[in-house]
Write a protein that binds this ligand. Structure first.
Ligand code: PHE
Length: 339
């Protein structure tokens, strides 16, 4: 009897079962009512008492082996079944949804690239600033309206901690820490206490530039900005400089470019003037040099600053500034092909 059990055991171990149908056959053969296992238990009754113990152990081992093998195979086939139900390998792959750059970033990068080719390097600074870097070092008089809470976001009053209203604060930090010659471009987010509308927002982006060396003149300013305007808006672009005022530059100017949409003939974007105002600029005021410890007798320089949103709006003819901040995919997806 022991020998018989051994040979059945061996047959079970070597038995290959490759499909659910074969598994059913296996169950029928060994585990059904009339199967081999039950048959052996029948035979067991006739085993002499002195052999019962050893034969019983062998028989139970066989029983365990059979059940374990059956359960493992059952599990394996049910998992395979589940997988094949779920995975249809003939289905086309789902299209990958590429992201795109935000239009503000597209244009910011473009502007930085142009000035990098002219030898400017990017400088960065904090958005939360003190009064000195935003106003005092830049020659703002004590009673200037920009220092008012109406125009500027205050985090703390006396000592004044504020959100920077322009990235000129970065230029102050650069002048305090670097020695001329200096050629930097300062991109960043700025904050002003304005009501949100199609043309204004309390958060926007600026890029400002600063160029300091010996013998820098207004002609250098004009030449740098002309190159920039032609790179950004096309080589036929003209510029014009109108006198203006900023506390930190003297003389100061506002720069217009010829309207890139109508070529200067007049259209509704340029309000039939042929010109678009894009930036403020001027020669650094000697008072600014004094407050950061640069000698205005030896050095001179120019600065300029522009709002990125305005340039993006002109370039892509976007009518409402609020689109930039709303993360509406129908708007953003239109810029996916941009670098
Ligand atoms: N800081 C000015 C602004 O925010 C722009 C500017 C920069 C003007 C440098 C002149 C020189 O409007």
């Amino acid at each position: 009897m022991l020998q018989k059990i051994e040979s059945v055991k061996e047959a079970v171990i070597n038995r290959t079962v490759l499909s659910p149908a074969e598994l059913e056959q296996f169950r029928n053969e060994y585990l059904s009512k009339k199967g081999i296992l039950n048959q052996l238990f029948e035979d067991f009754k006739a085993v002499p008492a002195e052999e019962k113990k050893s034969v019983g152990i062998a028989l139970n081992e066989l029983k365990t082996l059979l059940h374990e093998k059956f359960e493992a195979l059952k599990l394996q086939f049910s998992q395979e079944q589940e997988l094949s139900n779920k995975t249809d390998l003939t289905r086309p792959a789902s299209p990958f949804n590429w992201g795109g750059r935000h239009p503000i970033n597209v244009v910011r990068k473009e502007i930085i690239d142009i000035f990098s080719r002219l030898g400017y390097v990017v400088a960065d600074g904090p958005e939360i600033e003190d009064d000195w870097h935003v106003f005092s070092a830049l020659n703002f008089p004590e009673e200037h309206p920009a220092r008012d809470m109406q125009d500027t976001f205050f985090i703390n009053h006396r000592p004044d901690i504020i959100l920077r209203t322009h990235t000129s604060s970065i230029q102050v930090r650069v002048m305090e820490t670097m020695k001329p010659p200096i050629r930097v471009i300062c991109p960043g987010r700025v904050f002003r206490n304005e009501a949100i509308s199609a043309r204004a927002h309390c958060i926007f982006h600026q890029i400002e530039g600063l160029y300091i060396d010996k013998n820098v003149s207004f002609a250098d300013l004009k030449q740098n900005l002309l190159v920039f305007a032609r790179e950004l808006f096309g080589e036929k672009t003209q510029i014009r400089l109108r006198p203006s005022y900023f506390p930190f530059t003297e003389p100061s100017a506002e720069m217009d470019v010829s309207c890139s949409i109508c070529g200067g003939k007049g259209c509704n974007v340029c309000k039939y003037t042929g010109w678009l105002e894009i930036l403020g600029c001027g020669m650094v005021d000697p008072n600014v040099f004094k407050s950061v410890g640069i000698d205005p007798v030896i050095y001179s320089g120019f600065a300029f600053g522009m709002g990125i949103e305005r340039i993006v709006m002109l370039k892509y003819q976007i009518k409402d500034l609020r689109h930039f901040f709303e993360n509406d995919l129908r708007f953003l997806e239109q810029f996916q092909s941009q670098f």
